[in-house]
Design a protein around this ligand. Structure first.
Ligand code: CA
Length: 432
C-alpha cells in the first residue's frame, strides 16, 4: 500500500500557516497532554494537535485492525510495534479525514471539539519510552575535524572508520523533549597545565547537531537484520541534540569512550516524522571508498535531503543562526547503521533510538558543534548582540530545526529547543 498522503497537490480543510513544518503531507506522531490533563497519542496539522485516541473512539479508524486503547497510551511503543503496514494505514486514513474533499469531520463541529486542540493548549511529552539508545559517529566531516583537533590532521580518521559505522551505547534515561531545561554538569577534568585532576562545573559545554531514528521490533536475538530490510523497521526521525561536556570527555574517554560527558542530557524534537513522509526527499548518500564489506553494501538512494539549522539565543537576547548543515552529508546511512548494529545478533526493540552522530557539512559554516565552529576555542563565533562564544554559556538557548522542501511542500520537524541552566550551587553536598 503506497503512502497516499504524500501527494503534493493534496489540501486540507484545516488552516495551515504559510511555511508550516506540518502540512497534511507530513502527519507526524507524538504524545501530548490535553487541556483536560489527559495524555494521548496524536498528530499535528498546521498548528492543530489532533487527538488520535478520540478519533479512534469516534470510529474514524474503522476497518484498520487496531486495539481499542492503542492511542490511549503515554508512549507510541505499542503502536510502533504494530509495524509498518499499520503506521501506513493510519497515516493514510488521517490524510483522508482531513482532506479538503472529505466532509465527515469537516461538517461535524461536535466531533471537532473533541479531537482538535491548538498547539498552545497541549504539552508535548516524550513520544516513546526509549529502551536503548545508541549514538553513531557517521559524519566523515565531523570525524575528520575532531580527529584533526585531538590527534593528527594527517591521520584524522582512525583505520576502522571507513569500514564500519562507529558507535557507542548511550543512556536513554536522560533523553528529554524540547523545552526541558538542562543543567550544566559537574565532573572531573584535567585542565591544561594542571598537575592533577580537578572537580567542578564543566567549562566546555557543547551541543551536537544530530538526528535520531526510532525503530520497531526488528529481529530475534542472534539474527542480524539484512541491509535491504533495515528501512522497514525504521518508524521515523526526530531532531537530536546530544549535549556534550568537552572537558569531561577529554579526560574520561580513554580507553572505553564517552561516559559522563554525554549521559547528562540529550534533547529531542517531540514529533516523530515518519520515513514514509520523507520518501519524496530521498537522495544518494556520499560515495563510499573503499567499498564496504558485502553486509553493508546497498544500491539506490538511502539518504534524505533534510536542511538542519542551529540557533543560539543568549538569555533575554536575539537568536543567531550559527550553523546550517544537512542530513544528506552522513557517510553511513541509517540502513547501514541498523545492519551493522545487528550483524552480531544484537536485538533491536520498539522504541529504540539511534543517533546519527554530529552532522557536519563540508564548510566551516556547516559544522555541527561549537567545538568545530569555534575550532576548539581558537575562533570564537560572533553573535548578533556582539558577544562571542567558544562554548555554551549559562542560560543560553540552543534550538535545532530541520526541514525538507520540494515542489512547494515543506516537511519539517519543528524544533528541539533547550536552555542550559547554571551548574548546581556550590554546596558541600555536591563538591567533594
Ligand atoms: Ca553524539
Amino acid at each position: 500500500m503506497p503512502a497516499k498522503t504524500n501527494n503534493p497537490n493534496k489540501k486540507t480543510w484545516l488552516s495551515v500557516p504559510l511555511n508550516s513544518d506540518f502540512p497534511i503531507q507530513n502527519i507526524p506522531f507524538g504524545v501530548f497532554l490535553t487541556r483536560d490533563d489527559i495524555i494521548t497519542i496524536g498528530t499535528r496539522i498546521g498548528d492543530y494537535a489532533i487527538d488520535l485516541g478520540a478519533l479512534h473512539q469516534l470510529g474514524y479508524f474503522e476497518g484498520i485492525p487496531l486495539t481499542d486503547d492503542i492511542f490511549l497510551q503515554d508512549t507510541l511503543n505499542d503502536f510502533i510495534s504494530d509495524g509498518k503496514k499499520t503506521w501506513r494505514s493510519v497515516r493514510n486514513r488521517i490524510g483522508e479525514i482531513f482532506d479538503l474533499g472529505n466532509e465527515t469531520l469537516q461538517h461535524n463541529e461536535d466531533h471537532q471539539k473533541i479531537v482538535l486542540f491548538s498547539m498552545d493548549e497541549v504539552e508535548m511529552k516524550l513520544p516513546v519510552q526509549i529502551g536503548d539508545y545508541t549514538d553513531f559517529y557517521s559524519s566523515k566531516e565531523h570525524a575528520t575535524n575532531v580527529g584533526s583537533m585531538f590527534r593528527d590532521p594527517e591521520n584524522a580518521l582512525l583505520p576502522n572508520w571507513l569500514h564500519l559505522p562507529v558507535a557507542y551505547h548511550g543512556r536513554s534515561s536522560t533523553i528529554v523533549t524540547s523545552g526541558t531545561p538542562v543543567r550544566r554538569p559537574l565532573g572531573q577534568t584535567y585542565p591544561k597545565g594542571a598537575d592533577s585532576p580537578v572537580f567542578g562545573p564543566s567549562k566546555l559545554v557543547d551541543f551536537e547537531l544530530e538526528m535520531a531514528f526510532i525503530t520497531t521490533d526488528a529481529n530475534v536475538l542472534g539474527e542480524p537484520i539484512p541491509i535491504e530490510e533495515a528501512e522497514d523497521y525504521i518508524f521515523g526521525l526526530v531532531l537530536f541534540n546530544d549535549w556534550s561536556a568537552r572537558d569531561i570527555q577529554k579526560w574520561e574517554y580513554v580507553p572505553l569512550g564517552p561516559f559522563l560527558a554525554k549521559n547528562f542530557a540529550s534533547s529531542i524534537s517531540p514529533w516523530i516524522v515518519t520515513l514514509d513522509a520523507l520518501e519524496p526527499f530521498r537522495v544518494q548518500s556520499p560515495k563510499q571508498v573503499p567499498e564496504p564489506l558485502p553486509y553493508l553494501r546497498q544500491q539506490g538512494k538511502h539518504s534524505f535531503d533534510i536542511t538542519l539549522e542551529v540557533d543560539l539565543t543568549p538569555d533575554k537576547g536575539v537568536p543567531t543562526t550559527i550553523t546550517r548543515s544537512n542530513f544528506k552529508y552522513m557517510y553511513w546511512t541509517m540502513a547501514q547503521q541498523m545492519a551493522h548494529h545487528t550483524v552480531n545478533g544484537c536485538k533491536v526493540n520498539s522504541g529504540d533510538m539511534m543517533g546519527s552522530g554530529t552532522i557536519s557539512g563540508p564548510g566551516p559554516d556547516s559544522y555541527g558543534s561549537l567545538l568545530e565552529l569555534a575550532w576548539q576555542g581558537t575562533k570564537p563565533i560572533k553573535l548578533k548582540d556582539g558577544s562571542e562564544r567558544k562554548f555554551i554559556e549559562d542560560n543560553d538557548m540552543v534550538t535545532l530545526r530541520g526541514y525538507c522542501e520540494k515542489e512547494n511542500i515543506r516537511i519539517g520537524f519543528g524544533e528541539a529547543s533547550t536552555r542550559l541552566l547554571p551548574a548546581l550551587e556550590q554546596k558541600e553536598k555536591y563538591y567533594y
